[in-house]
Design a protein around this ligand. Structure first.
Ligand code: PHB
Length: 403
């Protein structure tokens, strides 16, 4: 069924292109074919906007809207129109696939920006390849995704980039033994594998690796078993939001007085979750690609605009930056192609792109379409009664070690 719809779409597209070759021929060609050079570009946006992870979808959308408020709604003279759909969070790969199809066929989306969760991105990969539509992954962090479609790139991070950096840091900083606890699905398995590699290559020993259900809210049995193993540190990944608040609160309580350090990927202690975590996030060591203390003009501009809109004390989730940068990448690429959106031209222009992001410098590796960016090592602190992730080491221009 899905295949035949895409086959029909391909025919429709061929038909469309047969009568509008200018769509492939750059800005000059638009006028020749009777198409306005400033015809809108539709960006299909797929985010979790309902269910347990609805707040995450809201953050990406906030970033996209903020970018347009700061930079206008046009790129290369064309209006950039966002058509937003709700994939309801993880475990809804079929829905994400259907929405991708609907956005390409019915809404004529030229680019898809979205996919918070790996299974949803995975389910859409084949469609994007078939329709030759670029897909910019707004969050999903499993390394293999960019190898599942030549039309995928990523504006987030890979779990392997983060966990490998943290594993190496731990081994080099006096931690001899570790116990891992990750959510039992693709990004969790990447996090476990690459933390273990970085840590054991540096001389560390893994005592045991446990995996927890994706949306688990109860971590005490896992923490108890880890404490009994007496590691120097526990390394953990879980996918943010209420799940991670539950994990950090339970870990904070159980680990108190044990001397066991807690190391996590930065989504677990997203800046905007810190108020709900309170004291429990103090001293948690994390690795990530964004926190509010990035000291650059680009981040100052971003924070000023965010706070002008949401209040002087507002703290953005890193997800806001990913949504904001997703549109920055689309605008910059459209400027490069002169407004052309056909998949091949767009992907060719996107490879090697550089962004001056609030997170720091970003490069899209032309060989892998994978993001190259700084990874920051942070410690949870309470400053003036407010929880912060304070950066104490920066690893510059980290590539995905899995490629
Ligand atoms: C993913 O599904 O790839 C994913 C989701 C949430 C995260 C990180 C990765 O915080």
């Amino acid at each position: 069924m899905a295949r035949s719809i895409i086959a029909a779409a391909t025919i429709q597209r061929r038909h469309f292109l047969a009568f509008a070759p200018a769509a492939l021929a750059g800005a000059a060609g638009f006028a020749k074919a009777g198409l306005a050079a400033d015809a809108p570009v539709t960006v299909g946006v797929i985010l979790p906007l309902s269910g347990a992870f609805a707040d995450q979808g809201g953050h990406y959308e906030t970033g996209m809207r903020l970018f347009q408020e700061m930079n206008g709604t046009k790129a290369a003279g064309r209006e950039v129109r966002l058509v937003i759909r709700d994939d309801q969070g993880p475990g809804s790969g079929d829905l994400a696939r259907r929405l991708t199809q609907e956005l390409i066929l019915r809404e004529r989306a030229s680019i898809i920006l979205g996919y918070s969760f790996t299974p949803n991105a995975m389910s859409a990969a084949g469609l994007l390849t078939e329709a030759k539509v670029p897909g910019i992954i707004v969050n999903a962090a499993t390394s293999v995704l960019t190898q599942r479609s030549d039309y995928f790139t990523r504006i987030s991070v890979t779990m392997s980039q983060v966990a490998h950096s943290l594993g190496k840091w731990a081994a080099a900083n006096g931690i001899r033994t570790a116990y891992t606890i990750v959510s039992d699905y693709a990004p969790g398995l990447d996090a476990e594998k690459w933390f273990v590699k970085g840590f054991t290559d540096g001389g560390g020993t893994i005592l045991r690796s446990d995996r927890t259900p994706l949306a688990a809210m109860e971590y005490v049995p896992f923490l108890q078993r880890a404490i009994e193993a007496k590691p120097d540190a526990i390394f953990a990944f879980n996918p943010g939001g209420d799940v991670s608040i539950a994990f950090i609160k339970q870990a904070g309580e159980r680990l108190k007085g044990t001397g066991i350090k807690l190391l996590v990927t930065g989504d677990v202690v997203d800046d905007n979750l810190l108020p709900a975590m309170g004291e429990a996030a103090r001293d948690v060591i994390s690795a990530w690609h964004y926190q509010t203390d990035v000291d650059t003009p680009a981040n100052k501009r971003f924070l000023a605009a965010f706070r002008a809109k949401f209040g002087a004390a507002a703290v953005p989730s890193y997800r806001v930056v990913q949504g904001y940068d997703g549109l920055a990448l689309i605008y910059q690429t459209l400027e490069k192609t002169g407004g052309r959106t056909d998949g091949e031209a767009f992907m060719a222009a996107l490879k090697g792109a550089r962004l001056d992001s609030p997170r720091g410098p970003v490069l899209i590796d032309p060989a892998t379409r994978e993001i190259v960016e700084n990874i920051y090592i942070r410690r949870g602190e309470i400053a003036n009664g407010v929880g912060v992730n304070a950066t104490f080491a920066t690893i510059e221009a980290v590539r995905d070690p899995a490629k």
